[in-house]
Design a protein around this ligand. Structure first.
Ligand code: ARG
Ligand code: ZN
Length: 880
């Protein structure tokens, strides 16, 4: 697992891709699961790849160094040590016939697998995570996505401890042995790469439902969890059935096996995994109950269940040729799940949330040392590329195709893609080609989105000539250098736009439409609109039609005008954001110069206007009334001034709260309802607005609102209201009340692991002084478990990403703390260690003093001994 910094891990290049030397006809696996070990026997039928010109290429199998090889035989003949070579992560066998069965027995220790890749134990149950390269921790195999085979899996284990034995496909046989052990055999008829293999063995219970597909196939649906969580599975089941129906209606895709299973596990590095017929989920992405789960949690479950289900076509039936193509499945599937969520809930609000994530975290990634193209050209450790760029920016690329082609052609393109490539492992070029073929468009320039990293900037200006009634938009695009890419070619940027007249109405454009998609394809380009009777206000990048930073020199009045009138809901919100950003940025400068802070009335007036606009959906109002986050303000800064951003944002919140106190109070009161909890969109919207109002009221620091929050906490019948009140009190100046409520909350929920995670996160985010000491104390609390990624994320990651004043303390203690955590995790769980590094990788963005402190900690990690490939890659790129 470990690799010292001196013997540098090798870089893998897309340009070096070679087809596999051998193809696999079938893979039969037998797992003997025990407490101290698992024995894995694989029997694999190989044939030489007819594609491969070189008939002498050896069979190269991947195998992690932790694999203990017990036996290797070819067509029944045992191989001796001179018949093969084990070299690093590979096992090489030469001089092979064109067709043969390789049998291999390995011994592994799932109970000691803390990396949570391959076969491991989560809370007493066996489970797997094989994407991207976990299968090589189970047996020797060509662990690459373009090697696809049908799998048969037999699982043997003690019946009492592991009554449930699952794998991919259909249960075809089972039996008992005399020694209290039992076995189940599963067959998956669909050829798949090893990364989609899954196994689960445990003491699980399940809920069951059924779904009949459009063509009449009856599918059994089962969701498994530990008995204590059985009451938290209904929402996932409902989401699953909705996903199945949505994929039939919107993409014409039906499910293809007789059973679909989901298993909830507590120890999981990521959100969830789309293993064929047997999805494995982090409990945080599948369990939901009104008493224990907040509204955003319900929405997350719906989105992730949809995402993993949609992978059955976009990922499993058609998969990736190699890991450079990861966005082929992830970008497309994120786009699909986003559209599903948009159809199930408020479309505009979903878009606002996704764009917010993109603009804060993805844009930051794209301008940092780990910036990479959506289809990277090289990597050291593929786990490091499960990123916002591959997922979210990848989804934006698919969305742009949808915008350029329109709904109908896009669907034809996706139909062609699935038909042409069903059962194949393909590339992002193949995906775009299907879109090119149905539309007759040349996509050469468009494909630069996959190969060029960095966020393009688009500077726009408008010019109106009253005499000729002509309006012209001048656009100029540019993209800053990113690692290994100094200059960029111009992108094809679809700019959806409209023009508003003096009353705020859309002007009908020459096409007959009120929204048009302009295609910016060169560095500079102008777009002319004829017959425009008055100087318009342009509404640009409607629906955020491209992942770019677009600027237009709006003045405050124009932004307020767009906020009120734009027919595009996303742009109404965005106008409010731009107004708030410009006001906050000016105050940040004032703060830095020591000038007194005075809030511009424009923002107060704009807020008042929005609060009184009854035409707006409540969820929208809550979004518009939320100030840009510290993370977004940081991303927009050339040099991040942590203290200025924090103080100014706090000042603006407080000033708004005091200026609009009575409005916020009536907003709060009018959105308190006596109805019992329901997670429907309207109720979610009402609660989000109510709790937003409460947060402003609390910002006034007046004790009567503390009483209001305490009442809400005491009376809430759902976690959304209870947690909102708790977090407001916990983060308030009322320290004694904070301690009381936190204690009460813990006493009530200490046996609900996911609720305890929220309790940890609320405390980790508390910006009050001595934040690090509180976090360090929690590390030793019985609620914490340093081997569980969800706990690490709730406490350590939240502290470093959300508690800016404490993490960035100028005494360097926050940075030192994070480095210490990473040094331990590097050995224990490299994937998590590498992710935790993110805040430190941005060191160049801060002041001199912070830069040197952060850099010193990065160097200390580098000198701490053997580095995993995961940590090595991020560290070396950050220090380059
Ligand atoms: N394919 C999974 C998804 O649905 C993510 C798996 C990531 N696993 C990993 N080890 N990086 O997005
Ligand atoms: Zn995915």
């Amino acid at each position: 697992m470990s690799q010292s910094v001196t013997e540098q891990p090798s870089v893998i290049y897309l340009k070096d891709y070679q087809t596999p030397a051998f193809l696999v006809e079938s893979t039969a696996l037998r797992f003997e699961l025990e407490e101290e070990q698992a024995l894995v026997r694989s029997q694999v039928q190989y044939t030489r790849n007819p594609d491969s010109a070189d008939r002498l290429r050896p069979l190269i199998l991947d195998g992690h160094e932790s694999l203990e090889l017990h036996r290797l035989s070819i067509d029944g003949e045992v191989l001796n040590e001179q018949d093969y070579r084990r070299q690093g992560e590979q096992l090489i066998i030469s001089e092979l016939p064109d067709s043969f069965v390789l049998e291999c027995v390995t011994r592994i220790e799932p109970q000691n697998n803390t990396a949570l890749e391959g076969l491991y134990k989560s809370d007493g149950m066996f489970c797997t995570q094989c994407e991207a390269e976990g299968f090589r921790r189970i047996t020797f195999y060509q662990d690459r996505p373009d090697v696809m085979a049908v799998f048969e899996t037999t699982v043997v284990a003690d019946k009492q401890s592991y009554p449930v034995l699952l794998s991919n496909g259909n249960n075809v046989d089972s039996g008992e042995e005399d020694d209290g052990r039992h076995w189940v055999r599963w067959q998956d008829p669909f050829p798949k790469p090893a990364y989609l293999f899954a196994l689960v063995a445990g003491n699980l219970e399940f809920i069951e439902d059924q779904y009949t597909t459009a063509s009449g196939r009856d599918v059994v649906l089962r969701i498994f969890a530990e008995a204590k969580d059985l009451d938290k599975l209904d929402h996932a089941m409902l989401s699953l059935k909705r996903s199945m129906q949505w994929d039939e209606q919107v993409y014409g895709r039906e499910y293809d096996l007789d059973i679909f299973m989901v298993v909830a596990v507590d120890f999981f590095n990521m959100g969830a995994m789309e293993n064929k017929g047997l999805n494995i989920f982090n409990t945080s992405c599948v369990l939901a109950h009104p008493e224990t789960t907040v509204d955003t949690g319900f929405q997350r479950v719906e989105g992730v269940v949809g995402h993993e289900y949609f992978h059955n076509w976009s990922g499993n039936r058609v998969t990736c040729r190699d890991w450079f193509q990861l966005s082929l499945k992830e970008g497309f599937t994120v786009f699909r799940d986003a559209e599903f969520s948009a159809d199930m809930n408020s479309r505009t609000v979903k878009r606002i949330e996704d764009v917010t994530l993109l603009r804060t975290a993805q844009f930051a990634e794209d301008s940092g040392p780990m910036a990479h193209a959506v289809r990277p050209a090289s990597f050291i450790e593929i786990s490091n590329f499960y990123t916002l760029t591959v997922y979210e920016k990848g989804a934006e690329i698919v969305r742009m195709l949808h915008t350029l082609l329109g709904e109908h052609k896009f669907r034809q393109g996706s139909d062609l893609y699935f038909k042409r490539h069903d059962g194949q492992a393909v590339t992002t070029d193949d995906f775009v080609q299907a879109m090119a073929d149905v539309s007759g468009r040349d996509m050469t320039r468009f494909k630069l989105w996959y190969s060029q990293a960095g966020t393009p900037r688009v500077a726009v200006s408008g010019e109106y000539d009253a005499a000729s009634q002509r309006y012209t938009l001048h656009m100029r695009q540019s993209c800053s250098p990113t690692p290994e890419m100094e200059t960029k070619q111009p992108f094809l940027i679809p700019v959806a736009m409209g023009l508003l007249d003096q009353h705020g109405r859309d002007i009908t454009l020459a096409s007959g439409n009120t929204t048009e998609v302009l295609e910016l394809v060169s560095t500079e380009q102008s777009f002319v609109f004829e017959n425009i009777p008055v100087e318009p206000v342009p509404s640009l990048l409607r629906g955020f039609s491209a992942p770019v930073k677009l600027s237009f020199p709006y003045d405050q009045e124009q932004l307020v005008f767009l906020m009120q009138h734009d027919s595009d809901g996303f742009n109404r919100w965005d106008a409010a954001q731009q107004l708030a950003v410009s006001i906050l940025q000016k105050l940040i400068t004032d703060y830095q110069q020591g000038s007194p802070l005075v809030l511009d009335n424009a923002l107060i007036d704009a807020y008042r206007l929005v609060m009184s606009d009854v035409s707006l959906d409540k969820a929208m109002v809550a979004k518009v009334l939320s100030l840009p986050s510290e993370a977004y303000l940081s991303e927009l800064s050339d040099e991040i001034d942590v203290d200025a951003i924090y103080q100014v944002r706090k000042f603006v919140r407080q000033t708004l709260a005091k200026a609009l106190e009575s409005e916020f109070l009536s907003l709060y009161q009018s959105n308190c309802s006596g109805d019992s909890y329901s997670p429907d969109a309207a109720s979610v919207a009402r609660r989000s607005l109510k709790n937003l109002a409460l947060s402003y009221l609390m910002a006034t620091e007046r004790t009567e609102y503390l009483a209001l929050a305490r009442d809400q906490f005491a009376q809430a019948d759902n976690m959304t209201d209870s947690q909102a009140a708790l977090s407001l009190v916990a983060h308030s100046v009322h320290e004694q009340a904070a301690d009381e409520l936190l204690e009460q909350f813990y006493q009530r929920w200490q046996n609900e692991s996911l609720v305890v995670n929220q309790w940890l996160a609320i405390q980790a985010a508390n910006t009050r002084e001595a934040g690090l000491q509180r976090v360090e104390k929690l590390l030793t609390h019985p609620a914490y478990d340093a081997s569980n990624p969800n706990k690490i994320r709730s406490l350590v990651a939240v502290f470093c990403a959300q508690n800016l004043p404490n993490f960035h303390n100028l005494d360097g203690s926050g940075y030192r703390f994070l480095a210490d955590q990473i040094i331990v995790l590097n050995k224990q769980n490299p994937q998590i260690a590498s992710r935790l590094l993110t805040p430190l990788t941005r060191w160049k963005q801060y002041s001199e003093a912070r830069q040197s402190l952060m850099k010193a900690e990065l160097e200390r990690i580098g000198n701490s001994g053997d580095l995993s490939k995961d940590v090595y890659e991020v560290l070396s790129k950050s220090l380059a």
